[in-house]
Design a protein around this ligand. Structure first.
Ligand SMILES: *Cc1c(COP(=O)(O)O)cnc(C)c1O
Length: 358
């Protein structure tokens, strides 16, 4: 048996989370964001599970991610490329029937050049307007001009992105929603999309025609009380060694942890080389059965040391301890490491063996 860390990917949980998001929306269509290898869960497998569950709208960041999605799902679903097109990609967009998301006047000209001979994009195109995040998207001041320029083939979707959706109290949410609504005047009848996961939880005023949840599909983010998302993955690593140490001894690089009493230590085969963050040193935890075992000392490249004093009956070589999953909430583990669930799952490297469960 291999001693690799592993991530069981719970495809049916991910599909259930998609259904939960759908149920939270009063009408409107629920899409799925599967960029960055489906937040580390595996793009083709996750896209297929969601397509089987009824999802028809997939969002990725890059055209190569869109190609992978198209190859797996066939011709049916709509696939949007959030980062937009580059001038040399016309054939790729046409052959894969990708929907470019136009974020800038440069990208708009890029696509206009593709349309000169009157051949429309196979599935149309989307426009992304910046309503206050100042990260990516067309400026509002361009709305009228772009609307006139795109008359020959009008956009199939107008989207914008919320900056503070995970904070329901933030005044930015209502502000952005209002600015977004003002754009519609220039594009009568074109469907709208504003919500990421956090936006879905803000309520139906935000939902519009299509939503774009990502992190919630994978069981993360900040769903409101009463919404129970299921974990998208269970990350676990096997114990390599057990050692009893005496009071006064230290653990790991730079001896950052010192035992105040005799302590039973287990060494797990996972580290920052697997994408488990070094910032979890002396802060994160692993679960052995139902016992919470604090990480002791530094997370190193291949190894982590945990305190198994209270789980001595279970601690033996080859037993897997859980780091993310039903017993070890993704966002809690991430917060202890000073990060967010997105970064934790997305950062897991190929050394973590993915095992797909339906
Ligand atoms: C990543 C992304 C999403 C998904 O956001 P979550 O917070 O993961 O739900 C939605 N829309 C855009 C434009 C994105 O870049």
């Amino acid at each position: 048996m291999s001693l690799r860390p592993r991530a069981h990917i719970h495809l049916s949980n991910i599909a259930d989370n998609w259904r939960t998001l759908q149920a939270a929306q009063n009408g409107g269509v629920t899409g799925a964001v599967v960029k960055a290898d489906a937040y580390g869960h595996g793009l083709p497998q996750v896209a297929e599970a969601l397509h089987d569950a009824g999802c028809d709208h997939f969002f990725v960041a890059h055209s190569y991610e869109a190609e992978i999605t198209r190859a797996r799902l066939g011709s049916h679903p709509n696939i949007y490329v959030l980062n937009g097109p580059s001038p040399d990609e016309e054939a790729l967009y046409r052959e894969n029937a990708l929907i470019p998301v136009i974020n800038s006047s440069f990208q708009f000209r890029t696509m206009a050049d593709w349309l000169v001979d009157g051949v429309k994009m196979p599935r149309g195109f989307a426009l992304h307007f910046d309503t206050g995040m100042n990260r990516l998207g067309l400026p509002l001041s361009d709305a009228t001009e772009i609307a006139e320029a795109s008359e020959a083939q009008s956009p199939i979707l107008i989207l914008s992105h919320l900056a503070c959706s995970e904070d329901a109290e933030s005044a930015m949410n209502a502000h952005q929603a209002e600015v977004f609504s003002s754009i519609i005047a220039a594009f009568p009848g074109v469907p709208l999309s504003l919500c990421n996961s956090g936006g879905v939880w803000l309520g139906e005023d935000y939902h519009h025609a299509l939503t774009r949840p990502g992190i919630a599909l994978y069981g993360g983010g900040t769903p409101p009380k009463g919404v129970n998302l299921k974990p998208g993955m269970t990350l676990s690593a096997p114990i390599l060694q057990i050692r009893q140490i005496d009071a006064g001894e230290t653990v790991g690089y730079n001896a950052t942890w010192r035992a105040e009493q005799p302590t039973l230590i287990a060494t797990l085969a996972i580290g920052y080389g697997d994408g488990f963050p070094r910032s979890a040193s002396n802060k994160g935890f692993a679960m052995l059965g139902e016992t919470r075992c604090p990480i002791l000392g530094r997370v190193s490249m291949d190894l982590i040391t945990i305190d198994v004093t209270k789980a001595a009956d279970l601690a033996r070589p080859g037993v897997y301890a859980q780091l993310i999953g039903p017993e070890a909430a993704l966002e809690e583990q991430a917060a202890l490491a000073g990060t967010i669930g997105y970064e934790l799952t997305t950062g897991l490297t190929p050394r973590v063996k993915r095992i797909y469960e339906t």
